[in-house]
Ligand binder design. Structure first.
Ligand code: FMN
Length: 158
């Protein structure tokens, strides 16, 4: 069964985009089709797409979503669409130096999507920029198992 994955990227300086590129390379094989979209200009209607979603976002300010993710985040909050058919994963990027707000960008999206009825696939990933582990390496390793879980979710929903 073919699977479509839309990766939604929230980023300030491009790190989350590198993660998305790595995952796209690892996952896109004809059977699994991956499309990566920067969150800029997107609104909540993006969740009407078929397939599953991966939110790949960093954290800025006082634990905020990055600037390019604000429009989508606020639109979801304002319109509160019913996302009960949506399955999603979260790959969050942050830095433990910001102890109080570590990885809040991913956390905010996760909590909002869950509130709107969407169901997460797997655990929320919390990459730590001060860990010394490259986020794209963490993503490649994590991505294998997540893909398997996403496939199971898609089969169950079919
Ligand atoms: C000004 C600034 C504020 C940040 N605030 C937070 C924060 O509150 N919490 C957190 O976990 N990481 C925070 N970070 C760390 C970034 O989320 C992290 O470096 C991430 O890898 C950047 O990814 P990006 O290039 O995709 O934006 C901050 C970084 C900067 C430069």
């Amino acid at each position: 069964m073919s699977l479509k994955i839309t990766i939604l990227v929230g980023t300030m300086t491009g790190t989350a985009q590198l993660v998305a590129q790595e995952l796209e390379l690892a996952w896109d094989d004809g059977e699994t089709r991956v499309e990566t979209l920067l969150m800029d200009q997107l609104d909540s209607s993006v969740f009407a797409r078929a397939g599953v979603f991966l939110i790949c976002t960093s954290t800025y300010g006082q634990g905020d979503v990055p600037d390019n993710a604000k429009g989508l985040y606020e639109d979801l909050k304002a319109k509160r669409p019913d996302l009960s058919r949506v399955r999603y994963g979260v790959f969050g990027l942050g830095d433990r130096t910001y102890a109080e707000t570590f990885n809040f960008g991913g956390k905010r999206f996760d909590e909002l999507l869950a509130e709107l009825g969407a169901r997460r696939i797997g655990e929320r990933v919390k990459h730590d920029a001060s860990s010394g582990i490259l986020p794209e390496e963490m993503a490649a390793e994590w991505g294998e198992d997540w893909l398997r879980q996403a496939r199971e979710a898609a089969v169950a929903a079919a």
